[in-house]
Write a protein that binds this ligand. Sequence first.
Ligand SMILES: [Mn+2]
Length: 276
Amino acid sequence: MHSSSLPLSTPSLPADVMRVQAQASWQQVDFISDLHLDALEPETFQAWAQFMTNTQAHALFILGDLFEVWVGDDTQDPFALRCLALLKETAQRLPIYFLCGNRDFLLGAQALQVSGMQALSDPTILSLGALRVLLSHGDSLCLADQEYLAFRAQVRQPAWQAQFLAQPLAQRQATGQSMRAQSEARKRTHTDYADVDSVAACQWLKATQCQVLLHGHTHRPAVHDLGEGLQRWVLSDWHASDIAPRLQVLSWLREQAGNPNRGLVRRPLHSATPPN
Ligand SMILES: [Mn+2]
């Protein structure tokens, strides 16, 4: 819901924003988000599994909504366990960093340990050579969607999460399914999704001395020039079974760091099962 009467304020940054420094040996860094992995979308899982096995990256950053839903680390869902096993296998070859989204914000310490992923805060500053990138899922910057931001503020409270996670697994799964159904219904009736607020994006970039904000969430892949050399790069979501499959990785290539693209390159992947 857009409510223009309310002032839109930039979410405050912690005094000490998390930082990650790319190792000098990293020649390629991959970024993905919004895969919305789900047992009901086996083609997308297959494409992801192929990507995880074959990527030549020296580090992988997952910027949220890897999973369509995550109801707790005690999950017994075979599909979720298969995903964790694949993450672990890949994490033995390269470091995997995970920043949660609005679907998988309940992914916790246990799943991180099992999968070998390192947790990031939202946002996190990533130094890639001379380039400073601010990593975020992006949902907290969609300021026009006040209804969602109120929901987010509620479910990100440790007390709310502890209460939710104390429910029996079956009950949490039922809640997850009904939230998924609500979201599908909303997708059918709403076409005017809020986008990341440009003013807020600029404020975050300036406060953290970053040049590029890199995020997902909106499913609107683009590069937005924000002026003063600042840019907002938006990752694509993944959907293998669409007529035009969306399977896209954003890579930072050290050898291209001096180019106008600052080393950032979009790389469409080929679907595991070709269309037709
Ligand atoms: Mn999202």
